[in-house]
Structures are given as structure tokens and as C-alpha cells.
Design a protein around this ligand. Sequence first.
Ligand code: KIV
Length: 265
Amino acid sequence: MNKVTVRTLKKLKENKEKFSMLTAYDYSTAKYFDQAGIDVILIGDSLAMTVLGYENTNFVGVEEMTIFTKAVAKGVKRAMVVTDMPFMSYTINISDALKNIGNMIKKGANAVKLEGCNDYILELISRSVQMGVPVIGHIGFTPQSQNVIGGHIIQGKDETAAQELLKQAKQLEKAGIFALVLEMVPENVGKFITENLNIPTISCGAGRFCDGFVMVCDDLLGKFDDFTPKFARKYCEMKSLIIDCATKYIKDIKSGNYPNETEVY
Ligand code: KIV
């Protein structure tokens, strides 16, 4: 069993092999995804909504992301562990950003993910890589900027916007990212960017032609139902399973069926 590294993902792209990425926020889920053979596990700031019940990702902070990073890292042997740097933890100044980024690696992450592309982010990426921290970029719809964007809006829809995304992707690649998440962009834009980069792209609602694919684990498992993006595919119905189990447990207690004679000391 070889640990997935930046070199593994690069080779997969070169060999035109797709790779898988899922979010996980706790020890046992991460352990099972790892056992299943997932390539990359992301401690996504989506945990703000799925785990902590916040309205959006901007409410989560470094301390919370640190706790979930530690838990996930303990459960994983093979997959690459990536932590999302939360809102405002990397945009105030380079020095604090590098401290926060380095701290995630000390807690068990193998890499971090940063949203956006501007001169500051490009400098931060190259400084992080110099410091020894691999970085995944994230463009297209960037949830931490949703108040500026004005909602969950598909990006890169016209030629100018698509060309701007390609320009950003190339700048990020040059700055040193080893992979790039493309969120909520038309499929042809995902394809176009993928074909024009040497590093792997990861589709988060960017169509079928990216090198890797990511999904929020609660969407995959049918656990979170406040909203579900179009690109999510539900592989089971954990919500009804949880309600069903709790209902049966309550019924068994009321009827005296739990605990039985094998469940006592
Ligand atoms: O926070 C998250 O879960 C993410 C992915 C879905 C890419 O950023």
C-alpha cells in the first residue's frame, strides 16, 4: 500500500487515469473511505454546514478545522489528507497565513487547499510550497467569496469569463499548486482547462473531463438534506437509515425489548 502523494496524482494524469476525492470530517468515516481506496480525503470547510450547522463556510475557523484535521488524519493510512484553509485564515497577511497553513500540516494534513487567484494568493502559494506545504488551488465558484459573487452562481459561462478562468489556472499552476479544484463551471470549460494544464484538475461540478472528482461525503451518503447540488450523486440514504435506527431503538426501549439478557453484565 503506497501513500498517495503529489507524484501519484501527477502520474495518474499522465496515464489518463481518473482519481477520487471525498470530504471526511471524522476518524471512522475517513478510515472507511481510506479502506475503500479513495485517493484524496478533504477536510472541507463544508463541514461548517454539514457538521456544525452553520449557514455557510465563512463561519468556520482555524481551531475547528484543526480538530477535524487531527481526527481524519488519525484514520487514514493511504489517502492524501488535504485541509481547506478557512475563511480569513490566509488572506490577512502572508506571515499569519503561513503560520496557519503550517499548523494544519503539524496536525496531520499532507496538503492544504486555498480558494481564489490574485497577486496575494499567488505569492502565498509560492511561499507555502517553499516552506514545504503542497497546495491545491480552487477557482470557479469559490464558496468563501459567495457574498461578493452574490450566491451560488455558475462561473465561466461566456468566452471572456472562461478565458479568465484559464488565465487564473495557468497563473496558479506557475505559482506551484499541484492540483486545481474547478467548482460549478460548464463542462466544456472544465475540459478546456484540464487539457491546458500539466497538473491535474478536480471536478466539483465541472463536468466529466477533469482528472479527478470530489464530492461532499454527506451528499454521497444521503445524510445532509438542507440543499444538494446538481452534480452530487447519492449512493445511499443515511438520513432514513439514521431515523429508522433511532425509531427502532426508541420502540425497543418502550417495549422492554432493549436491553435483553445478552446485553447486560
Ligand atoms: O468544502 C468543501 O467540501 C470543498 C469541496 C467540495 C471542494 O471545498
